[in-house]
Design a protein around this ligand. Structure first.
Ligand code: KG4
Ligand code: ZN
Length: 342
């Protein structure tokens, strides 16, 4: 079965072709980062309009590159939520229209489910059950994953997401949008021990996080005189170290508490190299395995949507065939119905 995946939840137009026999045939992405950079963040209306411009040409190019035709597509998966309403509507409308024209099933996917299952595209892949640390721009959650669709929330951030904290702190340091990769790059030349920043909720005894205080601590450091580039690098490194330490400690504790031996790290912040290094070291010390999606599938992409769609359809998830569609800009992952994987 050949599944076309469509991702338009935010500022990246992603499409992919996943074949249930041959695996991921290809994926392609158009990032709107350059367009939003001058505004310092995503402008929703501009995002929607750009998805309209990019989506069909990208799909055509991908099909050509993979040596397939529209008529070869057996099913379509698209991101139904959560995300920006207008941006989601573009992907949903294209998916529904293509599905109607080709007379193939169309399935709406939860964006975080895409992230959560994306490490299964790597080799070696985790086996159910596992703990997932989901660290994206909008979410920071620890989940227990028992099967496709069977997700139990163990804890989450009570304020800013980890990616959001990276982005806001990067802004305070005068770095360009999107801040996470820029801050991480600056941190490479900094001293992570120079500033003693808080480790929020490290000892809270639960699986929740809080990152907004860290950003405030950085604000205090940069307030007043503009710190020199050396000091900025030290602040970036100290900030990154604090986030990494908290994410690693709490993830390891969740793995132990649930009596499991596998952890999956997914979402944009999962691309952070120091986080990967620290998590892998901790896993080795504590005797659990850690899995990441392939590096190019950490941030938003169509491949994770095509793949999660294929798994859901194979498991008998209901799919639409008409022209009607809905999007769910706000949608909790736990609301997903479990589908049988038998
Ligand atoms: O998963 P994602 O692409 O989009 C959402 O679903 O939100 O995550 C984007 C987030 C942004 O906050 C971005 O700054 C962060 O992931 N990010 C990083 C890195 N690469 C992306 N944060 C830290 N280090 C990175 N290397
Ligand atoms: Zn995402």
């Amino acid at each position: 079965m050949l599944v076309l995946g469509i991702e338009t939840s935010c500022d990246e137009t992603g499409v992919a072709l996943y074949d249930t026999g041959a695996g991921l045939l290809g994926h392609t992405l158009f990032s709107q980062v350059a367009m939003h950079a001058e505004y310092g963040g995503v402008v929703p209306e501009l995002a929607s309009r750009d998805h309209v411009r990019r989506l069909l040409p990208l799909t055509g190019q991908l099909l050509e590159r993979c040596g397939r035709r529209l008529a070869d597509i057996d099913a379509i998966a698209y991101t139904q939520g959560p995300g920006l309403a207008g941006a989601l509507l573009v992907g949903a409308a294209v998916a529904a229209s293509l599905g109607y024209a080709l007379n193939v099933p169309v399935v709406g996917l939860h964006h975080l489910e895409g992230h959560l299952l994306s490490p299964l595209l790597a080799n070696p892949a985790p086996r159910f059950p596992f703990i997932a640390l989901l660290v994206s721009g909008g979410h920071t959650q620890l989940m227990r994953v028992d099967a496709v669709g069977d997700y139990q929330l163990l804890g989450e951030t009570v304020d800013d997401a980890a990616g959001e904290a990276f982005d806001k702190t990067a802004k305070l340091l005068g770095l360009p949008y999107p801040g996470g990769p820029a801050l991480s790059q600056l941190a490479q030349s900094g001293n992570p021990r120079r500033f003693k920043l808080p480790r929020p909720m490290l000892a809270s005894g639960d699986s929740n996080f809080s990152f907004s205080g860290l950003k405030t601590a950085v604000l205090t450091l940069v307030r007043g005189a503009d710190p020199g580039s050396h000091t900025k690098a030290d602040i970036a490194a100290s900030f990154q170290q604090a986030i990494v330490e908290v994410l690693v400690a709490k993830s390891a504790r969740a793995v132990a508490r649930e009596g499991l031996d596998q952890l999956v790290v997914a979402g944009g912040v999962g691309a952070n190299r120091p986080l990967r290094e620290a998590m892998s070291k901790k896993a080795e010390r504590e005797g659990f395995e850690v899995f990441y999606p392939p590096q190019d599938l950490c941030t938003d992409n169509g491949a994770m949507i095509a793949f999660a769609g294929a798994l859901r359809l194979a498991a008998g998830a209901p799919a639409g065939t008409g022209l009607g569609f809905t999007v769910r800009p706000r949608w909790h992952l736990e609301e997903l119905k479990s589908v049988s994987t038998a």
